[in-house]
Design a protein around this ligand. Structure first.
Ligand SMILES: Nc1ncnc2c1ncn2[C@@H]1O[C@H](COP(=O)(O)OP(=O)(O)OP(=O)(O)O)[C@@H](O)[C@H]1O
Length: 277
């Protein structure tokens, strides 16, 4: 086995978010009446992780169970797509893999350099200009001054922000922030690329160029893990899909099988939904 090969191994990962329930009577009533959780919205498909009262039912803190007993291994060459309902735990799982959240786990091994396209402004200082943020990014990555200048040329050409590159990032629209953030995050290829679906933001012209840049980057990475609600995007980019539901893995396998099962469930939910009067 190649010791340098990138890999992700999670065993029995659990992550709860404690939240202050501020005495909401309706939430309290629902929690008590349902015993422990809110699995579904009143009508329609499931949303979010389970909400529990924790050990003390009278505490003002409730827990959102974002990840439950997640075990998986991802090896080099895998392009993994995470899919599932809103609040299924996809972004939380990416953040665990990116080292942003520290969950309870029997084992959590991330082997290889990681780059995460998770938040628009991650690592950026909104008070600095786009150009200054490029330098900051380069310094954080430990790049030499000539290499930082190359990075600046590359990102400037890609982001096409014109004069805005020399204005503070806090003045950028969300699409402009995506251009800069995406340009930076895709400037150097990591071994493991984690990507939330926000990269689909931006105008069509940007998306086409972003896709070309991303293709080059993904081809140079060992592992891609991405989330998307767009099944076409997952089908195109991934060779393995993990379907999440309520913080758990519901199905993990080859895209055709997982997509067929997922579509069947979504179709079933749509048929169960009450007709709109
Ligand atoms: N910072 C947080 N504080 C409290 N609860 C959170 C936090 N982040 C996520 N959650 C909760 O954890 C659960 C999983 O959220 P997550 O963002 O991982 O879902 P997701 O599958 O990415 O959803 P979506 O498709 O809507 O983006 C949800 O119930 C959400 O309410």
């Amino acid at each position: 086995m190649n010791d340098d090969a990138a890999s992700i191994t999670l065993e029995h990962v659990n992550l709860d978010f404690p939240i202050f329930r501020s005495g909401s009577r309706s939430l309290k009533k629902l929690l008590f009446s349902q015993g422990k959780n809110l699995l579904r919205t009143a009508r329609g498909p499931r949303v979010g992780g389970d909400i529990t009262l924790g050990h003390n039912p009278h505490s003002k803190i409730v827990h959102v169970q974002a990840l439950r007993d997640i075990s998986l291994h991802i090896g080099a060459g895998e392009r993994v797509g995470l899919l599932g309902h809103n609040g299924a735990g996809k972004s939380t799982l990416l953040r665990v893999m990116g080292g942003i959240y520290h969950p309870g786990a029997r084992r959590l091994d991330i082997h290889g350099s990681v780059s995460a396209l998770l938040d628009l402004h991650s690592g950026m200082n909104a008070e600095l200009t786009g150009r200054e943020n490029i330098t900051l990014f380069g310094r954080q990555k430990g790049l030499s001054t000539p290499r930082i200048r190359q990075l600046e040329t590359d990102v400037e050409a890609f982001a096409e922000l014109g004069a805005f590159l020399d204005l503070p990032v806090r003045l950028y629209s969300s699409g402009m922030s995506v251009r800069l953030g995406f340009g930076l995050a895709t400037a150097t290829a990591p071994q493991i690329l984690l990507m939330d679906e926000w990269f689909m933001a931006g105008d069509r012209h940007f998306q086409e160029r972003a896709e070309r840049r991303l293709t080059a980057m993904v081809n140079a990475t060992d592992i891609l893990v991405m989330t998307s609600h767009n099944l076409g995007v997952l089908e195109k980019w991934c060779n393995r899909l993990i379907w999440m539901e309520g913080g758990r893995i519901r199905m993990d396998g080859a895209p055709p099988a997982v997509l067929a099962a997922y579509r069947a469930q979504v179709h079933g939910d749509a048929q169960d939904a009450p007709a709109i009067p």
